[in-house]
Design a protein around this ligand. Structure first.
Ligand code: UDX
Ligand code: UDX
Length: 462
């Protein structure tokens, strides 16, 4: 018989744990949900009275937090206590790509997953269902289970490990959680699977709940992200061919997308994909293929990442060329730093790489993003730009696109924030030095308006 869930503990109050638990709390008001995190500052922000300070920006999130927080949704650092009380524990800790040791640059670093599993082994009581929410390499559930079962303190404890990958996209997380395309639950214990399925059945149609074995579930997440990323690299590769031949990527995208077998989504060209998942998951897939001696398969997926970096380098090169081959002492306005619109997340943002290359070419950047803080940009540059002091002197955060255009030679639109669609290009143009350029990497600018305002214009794929 399935285990009735009254208390949930989620370890990790990040971009996945926070919104996911908020939606479950909102849909299942009789379940108490405790989101715990080792980061005190982050928890303080989740508990802040000023909801604009929440550590994750997602449309719709503030409303749910104000409705459920302190009622059946709690944020704390009480990791041990909340693990001990829980019937079900979600692991939503981050799993970055390893930077050193075996598999560096490809394999995922599982140190936080392992540490969390050890905490669960130590503090859980009775029967506990452990749900993998983090994106993990295939067969991680097996390792988690070994850790849980091996602790000497575990005689009276029973653990079931199930995989329930998260498919939410940032910027639309709440809508994706409330109306998912599918819910995937993988595991060996059908009772544990049903316990989790019961939670989702509060708002998700039963036909959308897929039950699989553990490894299919884990591999499906990596494969879904690899396929999505592959579409972006495919369209970006064709964008370059459009520029060379006089074809237009939007026309091509529309024409191929109307074929139902291809479909129209995820065919927007741009500065390459960013975000915490795509690159990491493909690297992980590559690592796995190499491990099983499937080297041709590994090479196939590696190409998706290579095209992504190539697209970014290609854009930087075009900017430098149009600005007479040098950026020394030139000011460039950067519109957008997050990896996509409607999020404050900057992980793997294409902006980071393009900005870094522009700085190394000698440019001074005036950056504007509606949601990203100065500290966050600083953090991203610190780890990338070779000469740190050089990096810090080479950019400023501005509080509007108009300020970010003052005395600049070029504007580079990096993120598709809605406000960039409605910019007054007359004002921007009058702020800039001549000849002035707009480089639209997202194809969202009102091109005619920009050109009429005396600006030179480049966009990806035409
Ligand atoms: C998630 C997934 O877990 C990851 O596998 C996926 O690829 C991207 O999305 P995300 O929620 O985006 O991660 O990560 P992040 O926003 O960094 O949040 C993780 C949180 O876990 C952090 O707040 C961190 O402090 C916390 N953490 C980490 C713990 O509480 N305990 C730990 O031992 C490690
Ligand atoms: C992705 C998956 O979509 C989600 O299912 C998974 O759970 C986590 O990874 P996310 O990274 O949050 O979500 O956002 P997504 O909308 O997939 O965008 C990823 C990147 O691709 C962004 O940089 C975005 O700008 C870019 N992109 C997306 C394009 O360049 N073109 C497109 O057509 C779509």
């Amino acid at each position: 018989m399935e285990h009735e869930i009254k208390k949930i503990c989620c370890i990790g109050a990040g971009y996945v744990g926070g919104p996911t638990m908020a939606v479950i709390a909102n849909k299942c008001t009789d379940i108490e949900i405790n989101v715990v995190d080792i980061n005190k500052d982050k928890i303080a922000l989740w508990n802040s009275n000023d909801l604009s300070k929440l550590p994750v920006f997602e449309p719709g999130l503030k409303d749910i937090i104000s409705k459920r927080r302190g009622i059946n949704l709690f944020f704390s650092t009480l990791v041990e206590e909340k693990i001990a009380e829980a019937d079900m524990i979600f692991l939503s800790v981050n799993t970055p790509t390893k930077i050193q040791g075996i598999g560096a640059g490809k394999a995922q670093d599982l140190k936080w997953i392992e540490a969390s599993a050890r905490e669960v082994a130590k503090f859980a009581k009775g029967t506990t269902i452990v749900v993998e929410k983090s994106t993990l390499p295939v067969k991680t559930a097996e390792s988690i289970k070994k850790i849980l079962d091996s602790s000497e303190t575990n005689q009276d404890k029973i653990f079931h490990v199930i995989s329930n990958p998260e498919f939410l996209a940032e910027g639309t997380a709440i809508a994706d959680l409330e109306n998912p395309d599918r819910i995937l639950i993988g595991g060996e214990s059908s009772d544990a699977i049903e316990s989790l399925a019961q939670i989702y059945l509060n708002w998700v149609d039963s036909k959308k709940i897929i039950r699989t074995n553990l490894w299919s579930s884990e591999l499906s997440k990596l494969t879904a992200n690899a396929f999505l990323a592959q579409r972006i690299s495919s369209i970006n590769s064709i964008s370059a061919l459009c520029e060379a031949t006089g074809a237009n990527i939007h026309e091509v995208s529309l024409a191929i997308g109307m074929d139902k077998r291809i479909g129209s989504k995820f065919l927007n060209p741009g500065p390459g994909f960013g975000g915490s998942c795509f690159q990491k998951d493909i690297l992980n897939l590559i690592y796995l293929c190499n491990f099983y001696n499937l080297n041709e398969v590994a090479d196939y997926w590696e190409q998706v990442i290579k095209i992504n970096s190539w697209q970014q380098k290609r854009i930087t090169k075009i900017i430098v060329e149009k600005l007479f081959g040098t950026l020394t002492n030139k000011k460039i306005g950067i519109f957008g730093f997050s990896f996509k619109a409607n999020t404050n997340d900057t992980r793997e943002s294409p902006s980071i790489h393009i900005c870094k290359d522009l700085i190394e070419e000698g440019a001074k950047l005036l950056i504007y993003d509606p949601k990203v803080s100065k500290e966050q940009i600083d953090y991203e540059f610190r780890s990338l730009v070779k000469n740190e002091s050089k990096a810090s002197g080479c950019w400023e955060l501005k509080s509007s696109p108009y300020e970010a255009s003052e005395n600049s030679d070029a504007i580079v639109v990096m993120t598709e924030w809605k406000e960039f669609k409605n910019i007054d290009w007359h004002i921007i143009s009058s702020n800039m030095r001549r000849p002035s350029w707009v480089f639209d990497t997202r194809n969202i600018v009102d091109k005619e308006f920009a050109i009429k305002s005396g600006l030179n214009f480049w966009e990806v794929g035409s």
